[in-house]
Design a protein around this ligand. Structure first.
Ligand code: PLP
Length: 393
């Protein structure tokens, strides 16, 4: 069967591919440590599970409005007010099947064939694929590692053409864990306003920050910024709810309405039970989040220390999310490999540690390590990577 042109170049996500390979080795009986995970390792907090059970028991198992139940939209409105000093009406919110589908739907309603979306590299693997699936063209702009992998206004300006429709900002970032300051966001946003470019602000890691840096939503900088931004967020990472598939978008009513219409013909609605679970997540205080955050912060300190002790590996210390993105160029060279992908493959085969090569994120000299796993496993993984590097010198 001839498949559509649209999916011709579509490849499976590199993070999922490495996870699959690690699982295969595990199945063969090997003691594999997977550092590829894109999800918190904690259970979803009990009070959220209880809310889901209650929703089922009370018959909340039917279709809901396409854009989500009103109670959840209202809770999201409150969340924006409290956390981001942003005032949205419920008409400016859509609840989606995960943040990923919020982005997918957004690109579908936004892009015509050939419209360009600027994607700063390193980037989360799904942005370019989703842009292409919507007929758009991803335009990659490599940020400098010296600048903590952050895009500068000058770099952004240079990438703008008369086809540029939007730019994606992801802070804290997957895969780098870096964050933009308010001043940096303001400078980038001004370029967008000057050139009539929509800002897509993916804030899914907002709750996972381990420094005193404050998360700033670019939409909150001014009303002009707000009118020119779609914020993407969700409960997957903050509340360890990746499998529940609840995310959302907030932005101009016209865009949200189009997204809701599209959802009505695609997903119909996000799972009813999961919506009630997400409502409970937002109605509770943040003590469960803070517990997870504390564990992540300790692991970050440990993995950062251990990984930077390895010869040939350097690393900017991340501020948020649950990834480190060290530069391994020297180690790869020192170990006699021609590229990072080969080096990563050899570490998996020899030491049974699964890393994600940076190539999938648009940065060939780096690897992504997730620290969403138990401390003893992290320590052991770092030990094995070190042994590999030293053994191949
Ligand atoms: N945005 C970024 C930067 C992510 O890393 C992820 C998940 O890996 C998502 C969005 C998607 O989150 P969700 O599970 O809510 O679809």
């Amino acid at each position: 069967m001839e498949l559509s042109k649209r999916v011709e170049t579509l490849t499976p996500s590199s993070t999922l591919a490495i996870t699959a390979k690690a699982k295969e080795l595990k199945k063969q009986g090997y003691d594999v440590i997977g550092l590829g995970a894109g999800e918190p390792d904690f259970n979803t907090p009990d009070y959220i599970l209880e809310a889901a059970k209650e929703a089922m028991d009370s018959g909340m198992t039917k279709y809901t409005p396409a854009g989500g139940i009103m109670e959840l939209k209202e809770a999201i409105v409150r969340k924006f007010k409290q956390d981001n000093q942003l005032s949205y009406s419920t008409n400016e919110i859509i609840v989606t099947s995960g943040a990923k589908h919020a982005l997918y739907t957004l690109f579908q309603v936004l892009l015509n064939d050939g419209d360009e979306v600027i994607i700063p590299a390193p980037f989360w693997v799904s942005y370019p694929e989703q842009v292409k699936l919507a007929g758009g063209t991803p335009v990659f702009v490599s940020a400098l590692e010296e600048n903590e992998f952050k895009l500068t206004p000058g770099e952004l300006k240079k990438a703008v053409t008369d086809r540029t429709k939007a730019v994606v900002i992801n802070s804290p970032s997957n895969p780098t864990g870096m964050m933009y300051s308010k001043e940096e966001l303001e400078a980038l946003g001004k370029v967008c306003l000057d050139h009539n470019i929509l800002i897509i602000s993916d804030e899914i890691y907002e709750k996972l920050i381990y420094t005193s840096d404050e998360h700033v939503s670019i939409a909150s900088i001014s009303s002009e910024f707000k009118e020119n931004t779609v914020v993407i967020n969700g409960v997957s990472k903050s509340h360890s709810m990746t499998g529940w598939r609840i995310g959302y978008a907030a932005g101009p009513e016209e865009i949200i309405k189009a997204m809701t219409n599209l959802a009505s013909h695609s997903t119909s609605n996000p799972t009813s039970i999961a919506q009630f679970a997400a409502l409970a997540a937002y109605e509770a205080d943040e003590s469960a989040i803070n517990e997870m955050k504390k564990a992540f912060a300790e692991r970050l300190d440990t993995i950062y220390r251990l990984i930077t002790e390895i010869p040939g590996i350097t690393c900017k210390k991340p501020k948020g999310a649950f990834y480190v993105f060290p530069n391994v160029k020297e180690a790869v060279k020192m170990n006699g490999f021609s590229n990072t992908d080969e080096w990563v493959k050899a570490i998996l085969e020899e030491e049974k540690v699964a890393l994600v090569p940076g190539s999938g994120f648009g940065f060939d000299d780096n690897v992504r390590l997730s620290y969403a796993l138990a401390m003893d496993e992290l320590v052991e993984a770092a030990k094995r990577i070190k042994r590999f590097v030293l053994n191949h010198q």
